[in-house]
Write a protein that binds this ligand. Structure first.
Ligand SMILES: Nc1ncnc2c1ncn2[C@@H]1O[C@H](COP(=O)(O)OP(=O)(O)OP(=O)(O)O)[C@@H](O)[C@H]1O
Ligand SMILES: [Mg+2]
Length: 792
């Protein structure tokens, strides 16, 4: 209820008025405000004023006045509002409540505070009406249009605000009206009060209104967002419940399964982005019919993800002594590899995230590469998994099939990790050299990613569709030959050569490891002296011909199972001897063949180096009537063909030296055959062997069969170095030749492995003449072969 006072009633304002300090409000002219007054001194002033003009001066306090300190005049603003007292009510508990209405602005010149009063001398502040009328009108227009906008957005004031304002014309009234609606702080309000100029005041009011609207809109927006997200969650929940009900009705009840999956997801130790992805798939699963094909695919996929050992690691056993023990316990020899593993453990001990090499063991079959990988895992206390890449042509084998494809599976690496059940197993990548490639992509390119420490941290399997960290895995690759491994792949690994074993090494391996394993596996515990060392040597020499010990292991197992059979059937413990072993294993396969040791024309012993270790190959040459052609058979590669050609040219250019009739090159063809015709062969290292065979047929001088040789030949007759010296010497020993002819330039290859050359004569040669000196025997010391005899 407002009492509107006629302003003219107070044309005359006294020069001195009692002061009422206002704490949290600035009263503007025309504004009606209730005030609570507790201070005795001020109540006194009010009472006095009621007897006179009923006017007081309202001055806003700059800060909260502390009642203990009393009112300090310096805390009051100097410009205030003269107000008339409209009503006064005494409050029973003490103090009074008054209703005041602002009349005009006034300046307090002197504030006089005595013990029982607070008064001020004042002068009225006249409002400045000089401002431009157009200016004022423009501001009013702005204010009105803003008010309209506010009404439309509906966030600020009630719609009445706009309606009332739109009807107002008087700038003073408009200002009052807006002031009464604004939510102003004391300081802001005081600032407005002190503005004399009407246009300026309107402008300020406009700005304040605009700000008010902005804040209100912003608030509304925040409120809406909050409400939206809540609604969405509620809606989803509701829909989900509905879906469950429908599924139940249809008898498609996979609700429990999905709940379990959600629970599992909560405890899954996977990175957050993976979990987001999994959550998405669970939601999808929920929306599909549980018996559908799609649901099966999703379920399978989720099972794979849940089945992976996220963040599960074994702690490495970095005890060097322990590692040494384990490695020696399970494998004989293999010094270099064992050393390398101990190096690795030492580095790990000093630096947990130190350089972790990817080792690649290269060597002939059956030399313990794969089984050593398992020992390494055991010595480190890590889980073990093996991946065989033999014959893998499809990139998807490595990187996984896309899930769109029926029967899709993750790649082998993810499978291995799952099997190992920890994220840091030792993974043996077997037969890396047997990896192929075809139209389905290049698996070796995918392997690059797996083996690259920069990339395998976030290895992406197409099937999983999420990254998995392979960087903690210790990869060990094995291969028989390094040749077919692509250059970039080779570059990422540390190649360690594992060569074949000598007879003595094989004997030791058999005694210490293979026989024990075979006996254990067959359960024939009480069979001491089952197989003597002498017999083992016999088995090595006459029943096997290999670089490794796989065949030997197989034979030992066979004998042990025979012993088990005899024990079970007849309760007899047998011991095997040279005499009875044939009964179980058949005749000795590689018994020295007298014919093999015969010195013949046109047959020379070459030494080759293959993925299966060293091998001795008898190269054959014959002379037959023809037109001087060179015929080469036995699946020879280009390099080998060329070296045959070079050998022939060397022979033709030295006819005088060897006493050869030049007509032989016109009327005869020379045929060179390298046996084991089905196996492709290549390389230049048979140069001197072919030369020997060619010169032998041309001169009819036999070749000494007790020599085996290897060496590249150039046209000047120099013997050039070759590879695989150790393997070749071992092959020569297996084939029981007495001497090996090797290029002089290879003599350093024997450093460190001198013991293998102990019971065989090594001849280092620089020139073809030296070779021929050793192996070409004088005429007439052999049985001539028929063809050669005729040719002669
Ligand atoms: N030095 C050794 N000490 C003990 N056992 C050995 C040794 N070398 C090989 N073996 C045994 O020989 C058998 C064959 O070895 P393994 O399978 O590891 O050969 P590999 O080098 O991986 O051959 P491949 O190249 O054909 O894969 C295994 O039972 C292994 O334990
Ligand atoms: Mg292997």
């Amino acid at each position: 209820m407002k009492t509107v006072l006629n302003r003219d009633m107070h044309e005359h304002i006294p020069e001195m008025l009692p002061v009422i300090p206002t704490m949290d409000v600035v009263v503007f002219p025309h504004m009606i405000v209730p005030l609570l007054v507790l201070d005795e001194k001020i109540i006194k002033g009010i009472n006095q004023s009621l007897q006179e003009a009923k006017l007081v001066l309202l001055l806003a306090a700059k800060k909260q006045i502390n009642s203990n300190e009393g009112i300090a005049t310096k805390d009051l603003y100097a410009i205030g509002t003269v107000a008339s007292i409209m009503r006064l009510i005494k409050i029973p508990e003490g103090g009074i409540k008054i209703l005041v209405q602002g009349i005009c602005k006034a300046n307090a010149h002197d504030i006089i505070a005595s013990d029982d009063s607070l008064q001020a001398t004042i002068s009225k502040v006249e409002s400045n009406d000089q401002s431009n009328k157009e200016h004022i009108q423009a501001h009013i227009k702005n204010i009105k249009s803003l008010a309209e906008k506010m009404a439309i957005s509906g966030n600020t004031f009630s719609p009445d605000f706009h309606i009332i304002l739109s009807k107002m014309q008087d700038p003073e009234k408009i200002a009052d009206f807006i002031l009464s609606h604004l939510n102003l702080g004391i300081e802001q309000a005081q600032q407005l009060l002190e503005i004399d100029d009407q246009a300026e005041l309107l402008e300020h009011l406009y700005r304040n209104l605009a700000k008010e609207m902005e804040v209100a809109d912003m608030q509304e927006k925040i409120r809406n967002n909050a409400r939206d997200s809540m609604n969405k969650a509620q809606k989803e929940f509701y829909l989900r419940e509905q879906m469950r009900a429908i599924k139940k009705e249809l008898g498609e009840d996979d609700v429990e399964e999905i709940d379990t999956m959600r629970q599992k997801l909560e405890t899954l130790a996977a990175p957050e982005d993976v979990k987001v992805e999994v959550r998405r798939h669970i939601n999808r699963l929920e929306k599909t019919s549980p018996d559908s094909m799609e649901a099966a695919v999703i379920r399978n996929h989720l099972e794979w993800i849940f089945g992976l050992p996220w963040q599960i690691f074994t702690i490495d056993n970095l005890d060097i002594e322990h590692a040494k023990k384990v490695l020696d316990e399970e494998h004989y020899g293999l010094k270099e590899i064992k050393e390398r593993i101990l190096d690795f453990i030492s580095i790990r001990k000093l630096k947990t995230d130190g350089y972790a090499p990817i080792l690649c063991f290269v060597g002939p079959p059956g030399t313990g590469k794969t089984s050593l990988g398992q020992s390494i895992a055991r010595s480190l206390g890590r889980a073990y998994a093996r991946i065989s890449l033999g014959g893998v042509k499809d990139e998807a084998e490595i990187r996984g099939h896309r899930r769109t494809y029926v029967g899709a599976m993750p790649g082998r690496f993810v499978q291995a990790i799952k099997k190992a059940a920890t994220s840091n197993p030792v993974v043996v990548i077997d037969e890396l050299d047997k990896i192929g490639s075809d139209f389905r992509g290049d698996p070796s390119a995918a392997m690059l990613e797996v083996l690259d420490p920069q990339q395998n941290k976030t290895f992406y399997d197409n099937y999983l569709g999420i990254p998995f960290d392979l960087s903690k895995v210790m990869f060990i690759a094995t291969a028989n030959s390094i040749e077919t491994i692509s250059e970039p792949l080779r570059d990422r690994m540390e190649i360690i050569d594992v060569s074949g074993y000598t007879h003595e090494e094989k004997l030791n391996i058999a005694k210490i490891h293979l026989l024990k394993k075979a006996i254990n596996d067959t359960g024939i515990t009480a069979h001491d002296g089952l197989i003597s060392d002498e017999l083992i040597t016999d088995l090595i020499i006459n029943y096997t011909k290999e670089s490794g010990v796989r065949q030997l292991e197989r034979i030992l197992r066979k004998l042990c199972s025979k012993a088990a059979r005899v024990f079970v059937e007849r309760n007899e413990i047998i011991t095997f001897e040279k005499d009875n072993v044939q009964h179980y294993l058949g005749p000795r396969k590689f018994l020295e063949d007298e014919l093999d040791k015969e010195d013949q024309i046109g047959i020379s012993n070459g030494l080759a180096w293959t993925a299966y270790g060293g091998e001795m190959i008898k190269i054959e040459a014959v002379l037959m009537p023809g037109k001087g052609k060179l015929i080469l058979t036995g699946q020879l590669g280009d390099v080998m063909k060329e070296s045959a050609q070079a050998a022939l040219s060397y022979a033709r250019s030295h006819t005088q030296q060897f006493n050869i009739d030049n007509k032989l090159f016109i009327n005869y063809d020379i045929h060179i055959h390298v046996p084991a015709g089905g196996v492709p062969k290549d390389g230049p290292s048979a140069g001197i062997t072919m030369l020997t065979a060619i010169l032998s047929v041309l001169t009819q001088r036999p070749i000494n069969a007790h020599y085996a040789m290897t060496g590249e030949l150039n046209l000047r007759g120099e013997v050039m170095p070759i590879g695989g010296v150790k393997e070749k010497i071992l092959a020569a020993k297996r084939n029981k030749v007495d001497h090996v002819i090797l290029p002089y330039k290879n003599r350093h290859d024997l450093t460190g492995i001198e013991e293998i050359a102990q019971d065989i004569g090594i001849i280092w040669v620089q020139h073809a003449d030296e070779v021929l000196h050793y192996v070409l025997m004088p005429l007439g010391q052999e049985k001539k072969t028929e063809a050669v005899a005729k040719a002669a």
